[in-house]
Design a protein around this ligand. Structure first.
Ligand SMILES: NS(=O)(=O)c1ccc(O)c(NC(=O)NCCc2ccccn2)c1
Ligand SMILES: [Zn+2]
Length: 263
């Protein structure tokens, strides 16, 4: 199966997933802010609107290539606004991180990587063509999914993310999961104003690399402490080794343009 080691990492994914090399809207990308192919300010881009009532029932899982927080299907969390014309339903969030503080994020800004990146995954709940996340991924719809990306940087401890980072030791082994104790307030993790972001058409950053994602990557990083970063680096990959780099390198932009909601 695919992973992030030499033997099964991003450079080998094309074998099972040809779109890795032939796709023209692959993710992640390097978000360039000056020069020819740079992000272009679009004054029509509105703030992103999230409605995330605290989740009361969720599973926290180590699937061997990331740790994922997935609420029960009944969750009513929604996303709209920004570049979107439809309402999207929340599916799950997960993280990508590196072995040290100079690597780990999937998207980059002028070549700079952050130590980690949080992905909030949503699917278009207003499409007549599908009615679940898995169907959305397989639909070939160019905006079946919308993923919100937030960079993590090392600083003060993040109290809102502490319930998550404190749980990492409980899912150290790949394939292990715990039911999330109590409520989790995802809204509290995010900056209160979701106005400054980059947005572009891309793909899943892991196999099946489906080119069905409207990406929204926020400019402002979220702070976490060194201890919280270290907790990610202790999570195992299923081969008795910690996951120390579950990020895909940047992909070619091809004819795509990146829009920025800010100057
Ligand atoms: N890293 S990402 O682009 O945000 C992202 C978001 C949602 C995802 O399901 C994935 N990829 C993922 O979960 N791949 C393994 C399981 C899977 C999910 C969907 C279809 C087939 N297989 C990546
Ligand atoms: Zn991701």
């Amino acid at each position: 199966p695919w992973g992030y080691s030499k033997e099964n990492g991003p450079a080998t994914w094309h074998k099972d997933c040809p779109i890795a090399n032939t796709g023209v809207r692959q993710s992640p990308i390097d978000l360039i802010t000056t020069g020819q192919t740079c992000a272009k300010y679009d004054s029509n881009l509105k703030p992103v609107i999230v409605s995330y009532p605290a989740f009361s029932e969720a599973t926290f899982l180590n699937n061997g290539h990331s740790v994922q927080f997935q609420p029960s299907a009944g969750n009513l969390s929604e996303l709209s606004g920004g570049p979107l014309t439809k309402k999207y339903k929340f599916e799950q969030f997960h993280f990508h991180w590196g072995n040290n503080d100079s690597e780990g994020s999937e998207h980059r800004v002028n070549g700079k990587m952050y130590p980690a990146e949080l992905h909030l995954v949503h699917w278009n709940s207003e499409s007549p063509n599908f009615s679940s996340f898995q169907e959305a991924v397989g639909s070939n719809d160019p905006h079946a999914l919308c993923v919100l990306g937030f960079f993590l940087k090392v600083g003060a401890e993040n109290a809102s993310l502490k319930p998550i980072t404190d749980l990492l030791s409980k899912v150290k082994n790949a394939g292990s999961s715990v039911s999330f104790p109590g409520k989790f307030d995802l809204k509290a993790v995010l900056p209160e104003t979701l106005t400054d972001y980059y947005t572009y058409d891309g793909s899943l950053t892991t196999p099946p690399l489906a080119e069905c994602v409207k990406w929204i990557v926020f400019k402002e990083p979220i702070e976490v402490s060194t201890a919280q970063m270290e907790a990610f680096r202790a999570v195992d990959d299923g081969h008795g080794k910690p996951i120390t780099g579950n990020y895909r390198p940047p992909c070619p932009l091809h004819t795509r343009t990146v829009a920025a909601s800010f100057k």
